[in-house]
Design a protein around this ligand. Structure first.
Ligand SMILES: Cc1ncc(COP(=O)(O)O)c(C=O)c1O
Length: 416
């Protein structure tokens, strides 16, 4: 596999540069446009990932942001189930400035694809993973003085200052140094010759639900920065905003980076102001096929535990997917799927490999027909938000719950 090499590397987050090599996941410029659902997929259950849409989403988000804001693409959990390698390759090509991951395996995977992009590890790094930070030149988020010492030891061992981001807990109550103690930890980091501070950040807990609390967190973050002696934010990546937070990103102030996850995959988590005009298109769609069509008599029960009793003779269709593919059991008797562009109700319990739907309303339904759980089909559409709501999930969870037996099909050539 050829790797993408980013040429210029000065500063914390250098501007996007030209690619030195053409990667297999990148589009062929002369490619043709593929129809909306790929009907020739030979799989029982598959997701289609439209890399052209991903690229357009990134460009549209970027265009809506002030020009100095760096784009940190959040690609943890296999790029939210979209597949880390193809997704990261396309985001590199589209102009991402840096990547954020959850662990060192994900960092390693990005390094396999391309070099030159800063990688930030968003979760706690375990001591046994420290060496991998060096191997893959990934930056940890420092949360406490013990970690300052641990990561400084890496710098001492490697003979050059080790780059880190400092994380401040402004009210998420998860990773990071409590905001009131942040200035002291800042002193410890910048005073250590074996460390190089590349960025300072925080994370919002309620950006998709409570602007007031987000504002409180922002204020705490700014106050912590203001109390750091000798801080020069111009040479650091200062970031707080995730997809929902971006929508309230202030024009001024020290912020010069955003961490974009869900939005780049086409889901707007908060209908706020700044990005409400950004037309982000869903990148992923989820499909299966009908494996059997039959009619059950009035009074028959459907699926495990007899949670559904038919009130009339009913034509049903069995779909070749279940919770073993990532269709939540919470959709039992509640969710819908698209067949021939029409919505069909799920009957009874979602089982591991099969789901039964009511196909009575369909004029014609055949074995092999496509059943769409998320996405567009023949004029109908089901969003990931709707899919998630049926089972009380959130879109992040629905995407990352799609299991590995579901084939990933990439459309690399869609129009840019
Ligand atoms: C620390 C951190 N930053 C940014 C993100 C991206 O959030 P979103 O997907 O809402 O853009 C996440 C996602 O979980 C995160 O944990």
């Amino acid at each position: 596999m050829c790797r993408i090499v980013r040429r210029s590397l000065g500063g914390a987050c250098p501007p996007y540069d030209t690619l030195a090599a053409v990667h297999p996941f990148l589009p062929r410029r002369s490619g043709s446009i593929i129809p909306s659902v790929a009907t020739n997929i030979n799989a029982r259950c598959w997701v289609e990932i439209d890399l052209g849409r991903l690229e357009r989403n990134l460009k549209r988000i970027r265009a809506a942001l002030p020009a100095h804001i760096r784009y940190v693409a959040v690609v943890k959990a296999d790029a939210y189930g979209h597949g880390l390698a193809p997704t990261a390759a396309r985001l590199m090509r589209a102009g991402a400035d840096a990547f954020a991951v959850a662990n060192l395996r994900e960092a390693a995977e990005i390094r396999e694809i391309g070099s030159g992009w800063p990688i930030l590890v968003l979760s706690a790094v375990l001591p046994q993973e420290d060496q991998m930070l060096l191997d893959y030149s990934a930056m940890p988020a420092v949360s406490c003085l013990d970690e300052v010492e641990r990561f400084a030891a890496l710098g001492r061992a490697s003979g050059r200052p080790f780059a880190v981001h400092m994380k401040i807990d402004t009210g998420m109550g998860r990773l990071g140094v409590w905001h009131e103690n942040a200035p002291a930890m800042y002193d410890a980091i910048v005073g250590n010759p074996h460390l190089r501070l590349d960025g300072i950040f925080t994370h919002f807990s309620s950006a998709d639900s409570c602007a007031e609390y987000t504002n409180t967190q922002r204020e705490r973050f700014l106050a912590a920065l203001a109390n750091m002696r000798g801080l020069d934010t111009a040479n650091l990546l200062i970031h707080a905003d995730n997809s929902a937070g971006i929508e309230s990103l202030p024009e001024g102030g020290p912020f010069n980076g955003v961490r974009v996850g869900l939005l780049q995959f086409g889901v707007l988590p908060y209908k706020g102001s700044l990005l409400s005009n950004v037309h982000a298109e869903p990148v992923l769609s989820l499909h299966s096929r009908i494996g059997l069509v039959k009619t059950l008599p009035k009074g028959a029960f459907v699926s495990y535990n007899r949670t559904c009793k038919l009130e009339r003779d009913t034509r049903v269709a069995l779909i070749c997917a279940g919770y073993g593919d990532g269709i939540p059991t919470g959709m039992s008797n509640r969710g819908q799927v698209l067949v021939r562009g029409k919505r069909c109700q799920i009957l009874g319990r979602v089982t591991m490999d099969q789901i039964v739907v009511n196909a009575s309303e369909l004029e014609d339904v055949r074995v092999g027909d496509i059943a769409t759980f998320i996405g567009e089909q023949d004029g109908g559409s089901i969003s990931v938000e709707e899919f998630s709501a049926w089972s009380g999930q959130i879109p992040w969870e629905s995407y990352t719950s799609i299991t590995k037996r579901v084939q990933r099909v990439y459309r690399a050539d869609t129009a840019m």
